[in-house]
Design a binder for this molecule. Structure first.
Ligand code: ZN
Length: 200
């Protein structure tokens, strides 16, 4: 059955979402059009507004509507601590663990040479400039415990130490299971791993 250009476009757009295959994309498209036009309109409008208004924080890279995000501009955060994470989702799980009160630097990725993601893509120069600001005293590397997360952690640790040997560099403790993505790890485990963090 030919669905028509407009529905095809919708299904194609849905297929690009993570974890959504062709069948699911079709199911979602039909569901929205057949049963829930309100949800379809709300989804469309929210996406449009979010995609147009949400940018990245000029200090930490996280997603925000402001030039500087609420965390970076908060006077309550401990500016001596800088936690390096791969993504805003990882940052969120650390925030939810309530075990951390410092600032962040979000790499927006992790080293993955096969995918063409190198030091430039994860903004190493900006990170190194940031840790040299004379305010940061400890850099906490909180990348995932996956092979790529480990490689990224190793690289970040090495370069930060080269830039400033006085800085303390720690990594989340190994309480987080090997192979685990931080964003899918439960918050209690993340809290413990933060408290038990140590120098590599
Ligand atoms: Zn920020």
């Amino acid at each position: 059955m030919k669905l028509g250009h407009t529905i095809d476009n919708l299904v194609d757009a849905l297929k690009r979402l993570p974890g959504i295959g062709p069948r699911s994309a079709q199911r979602i498209a039909f569901h929205l059009l057949q049963h829930d036009r309100d949800a379809a309109l709300r989804l469309g409008e929210s996406l449009l507004i979010a995609a147009r208004t949400i940018g990245q924080c000029q200090r930490c890279n996280t997603l925000t509507e402001q030039a500087i995000c609420a965390t970076c501009s908060s006077a309550k955060r401990d500016a001596q601590l800088l936690c390096v994470v791969e993504s805003p989702a990882d940052q969120l799980v650390i925030e939810q663990s309530l075990a951390y009160g410092g600032l962040y630097f979000v790499l927006m990725g992790r080293l993955s040479p096969l995918d063409g993601i190198g030091p430039r893509e994860i903004q190493m120069e900006r990170l190194l400039a940031r840790v040299a600001d004379q305010i940061v005293r400890e850099v906490i590397v909180a990348t995932s415990f996956t092979p790529e997360g480990d490689a990224t952690a190793h690289y970040v640790t090495q370069l930060v130490r080269e830039r400033d040997p006085q800085l303390k560099v720690t990594r989340l403790a190994r309480g987080v299971p090997a192979g685990a993505e931080l964003e899918y790890t439960d918050v209690n485990t993340v809290a413990q791993a933060m408290l038990d963090r140590r120098a590599d």
